[in-house]
Write a protein that binds this ligand. Structure first.
Ligand code: SF4
Length: 461
């Protein structure tokens, strides 16, 4: 037996009898009109070709970009060493207050837990005169000893470049967009309440570096009332983000009160809380907080927006925290920052997005690291590198694990490439991001689109 393409059953690794059996099976089940020829000669080769596109990723992902789940045994070993070095008891480690009390704020404390060359310690002493350092012992346990530019270390320990680069800092964009106390507003229906300038950790790439970490501040209810009054009088406001700093640094009572006040405002229909604490100190996510989230989410949808930049930040503990949060809110979303050496390869970014996806978090944005703060220009990645990475995800990982790529420049501006190449004979020519192949896509007929007399409207004069 030989079909028109000249392929024999033997070429496909089947005997003639196998094929007869398969044909009979297909005749009986007839699901979706699948034919034996279609399955063997078309579908399987297409799957093979698709598999080849992810082969390198699958081979490299756990080596080039291991998650905190894969590194868990090493992290536990680090945790034992750090607890001993800082004199922490088990209950200190497992509580948020313990993590804050034993947070590493000085070079002397850092030297107890992270081994670095002497020249690096000398520079850190210098940099920390200008920029505040704080990392929780838990976050420090994610640093892999001996790994040069470990993606956790680079995010939390300030380096020499921060003073070498210190040029003219362009004021935060938000400085011109604060119509009321503690409010940032760029858009008509969405705004932000900056509820605190405190975080459990101070990130070396923080966009709000000018506000964050100089002096810890949680504001009074009076200050929050001014923000709430502004929201009340602007009936266009629909969606309010409470952030900081870090919203989860606020005491539970304050979070309950703020969400409650927002829930009372009729035109506020959605809320968001911005926090990186489930990553830097997942012990904070206690039952009381989860109950508060659920109560508010029951009234109007509440989302939690976080920042995970590397798969190494997802451990069994942070994954559990995100899982519990995801059960109580309408969505948990990630806003990563594209950072040199941390997530600037296909393997690292795909792995990040797949790992957070599996940790109940929806990859939402990837920000190109801002030009406004010269302190971290050494961590910036060219726009095109990010475009290549994000485009490479299409067709290769789950669609809802692909984030939007964004520049912040007086608002969020999408940086995606267009895959609409040109128009030809009424068709749109599209490019497949995963192969570069061009395909003709018949567009909607403009005349049909312009016709209002469609569906049931055609029956009315
Ligand atoms: S947690 Fe967010 S706000 Fe706080 S230092 Fe890090 S990036 Fe900045």
């Amino acid at each position: 037996m030989r079909d028109s393409s000249g392929v024999t059953p033997q070429d496909l690794g089947f005997t003639f009898e196998d094929l007869v059996q398969l044909a009979e099976k297909h005749r009986q089940i007839d699901e979706h009109h699948v034919t034996v020829g279609g399955r063997l000669c078309r579908a399987l080769p297409i799957v093979e070709e698709a598999n080849a596109r992810v082969k390198e990723y699958v081979e490299k992902k756990d080596v080039e970009a291991p998650s905190g789940i894969e590194l868990w045994e090493k992290i536990k070993e680090n945790a034992r060493r750090i607890k001993k070095a800082l004199g922490m008891k088990e209950e200190d480690w497992n509580s948020f207050s313990g993590q804050l009390r034993f947070a590493i704020n000085s070079l002397d404390e850092l030297m107890k837990v992270v081994e670095l060359p002497d020249a690096a310690y000398k520079d850190i002493r210098e940099v920390t005169k200008h920029y505040r350092m704080r990392l929780t012992p838990y976050y420090a346990s994610l640093i892999m000893p001996g790994k040069i530019n470990d993606p956790i270390l680079v995010q939390c320990v300030p380096t020499r470049e921060m003073i070498d680069n210190a040029g003219i800092e362009i004021p935060p964009v938000a400085a011109d967009h604060s119509p009321a106390r503690l409010i940032d507003q760029f858009y008509p229906r969405v705004l932000t309440i900056k509820a605190t300038n405190m975080c459990a950790m101070y990130c070396t790439h923080c966009l709000r570096i000018a506000h964050i970490g100089k002096k810890d501040r949680i504001y009074s209810r009076e200050a929050y009332r001014e923000a709430l009054d502004y929201i009340k009088q602007d009936t266009l406001i629909r969606d309010v983000l409470i952030t900081g700093g870090d919203a989860f640094i606020l005491p539970n009572d304050m979070i309950r009160w703020l969400l409650g006040e927002l829930d009372k405002i009729d035109h506020v229909r959605m809320k968001r809380l911005g926090t990186r604490i489930p990553v830097t100190s997942p012990m904070r996510v206690d039952e009381e907080l989860l109950d508060i989230l659920e109560e508010s989410n029951d009234i109007k949808p509440l989302r939690v927006v976080t920042q995970v930049n590397t798969a190494q930040e997802i451990t069994p503990v942070s994954r559990e925290a995100f899982k519990q949060i995801s059960k109580r809110v309408s969505a948990v979303m990630n806003q990563a920052v594209l950072l040199k050496g941390i997530n600037d390869t296909r393997v690292k970014m795909w792995k990040l997005c797949e790992t957070i996806h599996e940790a109940y978090i929806r990859p939402y944005y990837v920000f190109n690291c801002s030009f406004r703060n010269p302190q971290f220009s050494h961590l910036r990645v060219p726009v095109e590198v990010g475009q290549d990475i994000i485009e490479s995800m299409y067709g290769n990982i789950s669609g809802d694990a692909i984030p939007r790529y964004i520049a912040t420049a007086g608002g969020k501006i999408p940086l995606h490439r267009t895959n609409v190449v040109r128009r030809e004979n009424g068709n749109i020519i599209l490019r497949k991001p995963w192969s570069g192949e061009e395909v003709a896509y018949p567009d909607a007929d403009p005349e049909v689109y312009a016709n209002d007399k469609y569906a049931f409207a055609r029956y009315w004069k």
